[in-house]
Design a protein around this ligand. Sequence first.
Ligand SMILES: Cc1cc2nc3c(=O)[nH]c(=O)nc-3n(C[C@H](O)[C@H](O)[C@H](O)COP(=O)(O)O)c2cc1C
Length: 177
Amino acid sequence: MILVVSCSLNPDSRSRILAEAVRVKLVELGHPVETIDLRETSLPMCDGVTAYGDPNAKAVSALVKRADAVVLAAPVYNYGVSAATKNLIELTGRAWTGKIVGMLFAAGGQTSYMAGMGLANSLMLDFRCLVIPRYVYADGDAFDGDRITDSEIERRVTELAREVTRVSTALLAADQP
Ligand SMILES: Cc1cc2nc3c(=O)[nH]c(=O)nc-3n(C[C@H](O)[C@H](O)[C@H](O)COP(=O)(O)O)c2cc1C
């Protein structure tokens, strides 16, 4: 199962549009997909102690743990990923161990294109994640309302879905006895 997480809390989120686009592509490629939208599944702020016991935090952790791969669609805030995205990782920590991770970002402009690298580094170093070295970065010009209008972004979403599927399928096969 591939888990797609939409990390924005904004009701008019653009990264949510990217999440839906990659979900559709993954389904077309024949992989079972589950989704989480953090607007609907609210998570407490990680305090390093009690927040782990929150029912939503537990449910999200279990889904991450069960996933073969996790695809994060997130907003770029302050030249990095939004606090809600980082909070998700803080709350679910070890569930990420060894996951294949794909990333898509919505940003206001082009200058924050390296915004995902801190997250990628931490997932790689903390949890030995295999981060797909190809991510989608879309600014406001790529959208019209709730549609992606930039064909290059469409192409990159498709490429990311293919790559996540290809790597997941190969590693699952390699793990078979
Ligand atoms: C608090 C805040 C900080 C932001 N910082 C950046 C930034 O550093 N770089 C950038 O390109 N866009 C920045 N933006 C613009 C957002 O990335 C943009 O609105 C994007 O669509 C957010 O994703 P979402 O629509 O899925 O919530 C910021 C927006 C907010 C609200």
